[in-house]
Write a protein that binds this ligand. Structure first.
Ligand code: FES
Length: 145
């Protein structure tokens, strides 16, 4: 049976091999989430990235998938640096002994974030132009009836 140690909580548990880390943490009363994220998360669907944990010794964790890396990379506006030992608890299976640090500090990738915000700004300008044009056409059409 793999042994999972939660570094910050100073707790160690035996886990069934292949068990999902997020579900294991939930069962053991160790929160993968910080603050309001405990309520505002995607319930393990690899969408929100709020269940990020640091696997100190990663030999007992399943390999990280491409989709997981995408979620770890941040959201539409904010890009995060994806470090090798950061994992999403909901996407990690326990395959051997591991040491887990909850609530790791995840640095923002400033350069990538600036690019994402610039792209969002450009997309917003086009969306407003489209909506304005649509509004003009719509009201013009209404006037004709
Ligand atoms: S709970 Fe949302 S990504 Fe893990």
């Amino acid at each position: 049976m793999p042994v999972v140690t939660f570094h910050n909580e100073h707790r160690t548990f035996d886990a069934e091999s292949g068990s999902n880390l997020r579900l294991l943490m939930k069962k053991l009363g160790v929160s993968a989430y910080a603050g309001l994220d405990a309520l505002l998360n995607c319930r393990g669907n690899n969408f929100c990235g709020t269940c990020a944990v640091e696997i100190v010794d990663g030999k007992g964790a399943s390999p990280r998938t491409h989709e997981e890396e995408g979620t770890l990379g941040g959201n539409l506006a904010v890009a995060r640096v994806v470090e090798k030992n950061i994992r999403l608890a909901c996407q990690t299976s326990v395959t051997g002994d591991m040491v887990v640090k909850t609530h790791p500090v995840r640095p923002v990738d400033v350069q990538e974030t600036k690019q994402r915000i610039a792209l969002l700004g450009i997309a917003a300008v086009f969306a407003l132009a489209f909506l304005g044009m649509f509004g003009v056409l719509f009201f013009d059409m209404i006037k004709r009836f």
